[in-house]
Design a protein around this ligand. Structure first.
Ligand code: IPE
Ligand code: IPE
Ligand code: MG
Length: 235
């Protein structure tokens, strides 16, 4: 079983348009897929689930869609508190959270605080997140610490770098799922995905069911992860 699954939840807009609805109703319905997947991961005993909910680039969408997404975020976080409690889920967040509207940030911080003693699944929301932002931010902080003399440049290794990323508390994902038939990373977890198994699913995110998650895990379990070695070395 993977210890960390990351998901690029894509296709909400197309799901809505195909039904003659506004894009935002796809985002609304997508929340139900989030609940299903979080429950399924909890039931399977998976430790970490990172969901790409809003990218740095998504700020450039039409203002009414951005506003609606921020409002949905506030409503979802407060509305799903029972799900977090019932499933012992600890809510976490990665990204440039200072960019979030104050009401959003407060709701998020309160929910993170309220669920911080839960010992089950870490449900990690990537919000105002992009991997290049995270890598640049880490680099700035490393440079600042080196300038202060707290860090020797020659001592910087992969573990040092990882410790400066917003994903530092979590293991790298073993499995990345992207829905909606798109085959790209879209600035998600560029450092952490170095050896992640990629799984692409044609279903649009609001149609994603627990069974689709199980299929992705079964596919992952059939793969041989060689990390640069030969099959013979692994045997
Ligand atoms: C993913 O669905 C959710 C967010 C990016 C917030 P999209 O809104 O990207 O849906 P499509 O890709 O336009 O169908
Ligand atoms: C990636 O989806 C971001 C999220 C799922 C939050 P996008 O729909 O924004 O990505 P592109 O534009 O297809 O690359
Ligand atoms: Mg999309």
């Amino acid at each position: 079983m993977p210890s960390h699954i990351a998901i690029i939840m894509d296709g909400n807009g197309r799901w809505a348009m195909s039904k003659g609805l506004e894009r935002i109703s796809g985002h609304n319905t997508g929340v139900e897929s989030v609940r299903r997947v979080a429950e399924a991961c909890s039931e399977l005993g998976i430790g970490n689930l990172t969901l790409y909910a809003f990218s740095t680039e998504n700020w450039n969408r039409p203002k009414h869609e951005v506003d609606a997404l921020m409002e949905l975020l506030v409503r979802t976080i407060s509305g799903e508190m029972k799900t977090f409690i019932d499933n012992n889920i600890s809510l976490r967040a990665i990204g440039d959270l200072d960019q979030l509207p104050p009401a959003c940030r407060e709701e998020l911080d309160a929910a993170i605080d309220k669920t911080s003693l839960h010992t089950g699944l870490n449900l990690i929301l990537a919000l105002s997140y992009s991997a290049r932002w995270d890598i640049l931010n880490a680099t700035k902080n490393i440079a600042a610490d080196a300038a202060k003399g707290d860090l020797q440049p020659s001592d910087i290794n992969e573990n040092t770098f990882k410790s400066y990323l917003s994903t530092a508390p979590f293991p790298d994902p073993e499995l990345l799922i992207r829905t909606s038939g798109e085959h790209r990373i879209s600035n998600f977890l560029l450092w952490e995905l170095a050896y992640t198994e990629l799984y692409f699913c044609d279903k649009l995110w609001p149609d994603f069911e627990k069974d689709d998650l199980y299929l992705s895990i079964l596919d992952y379990q059939k793969r041989e992860r060689r990390f640069g070695l030969t099959s013979e070395q692994l045997r």
